[in-house]
Design a protein around this ligand. Structure first.
Ligand SMILES: [Zn+2]
Length: 227
């Protein structure tokens, strides 16, 4: 789309004032107050910057729909006369700004993800058993309204902690009553990947995270793990 546009000038058009004046007079003559449908079609399809059209028209480019018939002819003639249209400084600034905004957003998203990942690793290290993170592939998962996220914490060892019991491969939020009651063959957790190591995943299931927080060792005791 922008291949015909060069970027080595700060002007919107390389056409001179004399050339433009001549072209404007010619366009008025040619159009004779009538819209040229071919010209209209061409200026609707060809890429040009509004700054370029403004320089050619000699007034703010109002958009193709609001052009006078002779202006349509004029823009069509100018497109022919200047196939390599310069990229004005304002456009380059706009493009640069858009690129910077995009990069800033990407950086912020990456930072947020890294922070979440670090928080999860810290919580995982405080858990009394080895766990993994499994994606829940169950269709209709959202309809069940049971889990709050797609990534669940899967116990990789049996866990017996007071009244809390999870066998290896069971999901932290998986209570027998909730999974089976009234949902025969509709267990919303049947699609959890229980064997994935989940190294590239962060749990999003709030119920799982709540259980994990409850059974995690206090932060200050992380270094006492072996005792
Ligand atoms: Zn869960």
């Amino acid at each position: 789309m922008t291949s015909a546009l060069t970027s080595d000038s700060d002007t919107a058009t390389t056409l001179t004032a004399d050339q433009l004046n001549e072209m404007r007079a010619e366009a008025r003559r040619r159009s004779a107050g009538l819209i040229d449908p071919c010209a209209l079609n061409r200026i609707g399809c060809m890429p040009f910057y509004p700054e370029w059209a403004t320089a050619v028209l000699g007034r703010d480019f109002p958009g193709v729909r609001w052009l006078h018939s002779w202006e349509i002819t004029l823009l069509d003639m100018a497109l022919d006369a200047e196939p390599n249209r310069p990229t004005p400084a304002a456009v380059r600034e706009r493009q640069e700004k858009a690129r910077e905004d995009h990069e800033a957003l990407q950086r912020a998203a990456a930072d947020a993800y890294a922070a979440k990942e670090a928080a999860w690793r810290q919580l995982r290290d405080r858990l009394p058993i080895t766990v993994s993170v499994g994606h829940n592939w169950t269709l209709g998962h959202w309809e069940s309204g049971y889990q709050s996220g797609r990534e669940h914490i899967v116990a990789q060892e049996d866990l017996y902690l007071g009244r809390l019991r999870r066998k290896a491969k069971q999901v932290f939020c998986e209570t027998p009553a909730k999974v089976t009651s009234g949902r025969r063959n509709k267990d919303p957790l049947r699609g959890v990947d229980r064997d994935d190591d989940g190294e590239d995943r962060i749990p999003t299931c709030k119920a799982c995270l709540k259980v994990a927080e409850r059974i995690a060792r206090p932060t200050s005791k992380i270094n006492d793990k072996e005792f």
